[in-house]
Design a protein around this ligand. Sequence first.
Ligand code: ADP
Ligand SMILES: O=C(O)[C@@H](O)C(=O)COP(=O)(O)O
Length: 408
Amino acid sequence: MKIGVIADDFTGASDIALTLSEGGMRVAQFNGIPSKPPPKVDAGVVALKSRTEPVQQAVAQSLEACRWLREQGAEQVIFKVCSTFDSTPSGNIGPVAEALANEVGETRVAICPTFPENGRLLFQGHLFVQGRLLNESGMQNHPLTPMTDPDIRRVLKAQTTWDVTHIPYATVSKGSEEIRTVLQGPKAMVIIDAISDVDLRAIAPALKGRRLIVGASGIALGLPENFEQTSTCPIFSGQKGQGVVLSGSCSRATRAQIKCYKEQAPSLGLIVDNLMADRYNLDALCDWVMAQEAPPLIYSSADPVDVESAQKTFGGENVARKIDDFFASLAQALAQRGIERLVVAGGETSGAVTRGLGLELLEIGPRIAAGVPAVSVPDLNLALALKSGNFGAEDFFQSALDILKGTE
Ligand SMILES: Nc1ncnc2c1ncn2[C@@H]1O[C@H](COP(=O)(O)OP(=O)(O)O)[C@@H](O)[C@H]1O
Ligand SMILES: O=C(O)[C@@H](O)C(=O)COP(=O)(O)O
C-alpha cells in the first residue's frame, strides 16, 4: 500500500477512492479497520464516521486507522475531509489533523478542501460551492455541521492550537516548484487555494514525499502520479436483483433528486414523530419494498424548516441517532430479504447503513457521478452507491440503479 486514506465519513471515503482508482491505483475501501488481512492494493481508504463524533473519539479512531495503514506500508497519509469542510467549532478537523501530524512526524500540513468538478473551490482562503460562498450554499442549514463561515482559515483556526497559514492563488498559479518552496516553512497548518483541476495537478507534485495531507477528493487527483502503480483494473461486480433507495440526506441536491425520482417510482416519506415513537414495522416495510417492480425510495429527508422543528422537539442528536439507527436496521432487514442494489443518500446515513450491514470491505467500481462510484462487496450479491448529500444530478437515483446492474 502506498497511499493510506482516513476518511471522516463513508461517502467521503468512496469519493476519494474513486479519484485514486481513476488515477490508476488499485483501491480498496475498508469500513473501519478490517478483521481480515487486506487485499494487495495501491491505496487503502479507511472509512470512519468521525466527522460528527466527540472530538476525543474522532482523534482516537483516526490515530488507530493511521497506525494500521502505515503498518500496511502506506508512505503517505491523507486525512479526507468534506469539500465543504463540514465540522463544528470544536472540531473535528483541527484536532484530528494535529494528532495525525504528530503521529507521522509532519510539521507543515498541506490542507486543500476542494473538488472543482463538483463546484467546490478555494480562493483567497474562502470556500465556494457551486458559485456561492459556503455559508450561502445551503450548508448553513446542515442538520449536524452547519457551516456559517466561508473563510476556512478562520474556521480551522478555531479548531487548532497550530498556526494557520495560507498559500494564495497567486502562488499556486506559479506552479509546483513555487508551491513546494512555500511548503518548506515552519510548523503550521497550510491552507492552499485551488480553483481548478489544473491547480490540483500543479499542487500534487509539490506534495510528493509529504507524510500527511488534509483535503477533499480533489487533492488526490494528481497524487497517483507521484507513485509507481501496479494495476488499473477495477474490481466491481454488478447486481441485477431488487433495488431500493434509502435517503437520510437533507441536502439541497438530494431533495431535488427525491422530487425527481418520486415521479417515476413508489416512495415512502418517513415521519419523524412516528420514527421517534418506533411506529414503523421493519417486516412490513421490507414486504412493501420487495413487492415493488420499480426500486422504491424510502426517505426521512426534509427541508430546513422541518429539520429545525424536529430538532427543537426531540434534540438534534437524538433525532439524527434515531434516524441513522433506523436506516441501519432497515438495510440489515432488506439484505436478509435479498436486496441486491442499494442506493444510499447522505454521508451519515451511508455510515449507518454500511455499519448495519456489517460491511468490512468495498471494491470500487465505475463512476456514477463525480465523487460517487458504484461499489460491490466481495462474496455478497450486493452492489451499492453511497452518495454524498450534495452530489449528483437530479436523475442520480435512476442512473445509480442502472449502473449498479453492471455491464453484462
Ligand atoms: N427529517 C429529519 N429531521 C432531522 N434530521 C434528519 C432528518 N432526516 C435525516 N436527518 C439527519 O440528518 C443527517 C443528514 O446527514 P447525512 O446523512 O450526512 O446527509 P448529507 O450527506 O446530506 O450531509 C443524518 O444524521 C440524519 O439522521
Ligand atoms: O468531499 C465531499 O464533499 C464528499 O466526499 C463528502 O465528504 C460528503 O459528505 P456528506 O455530504 O455528508 O455525504
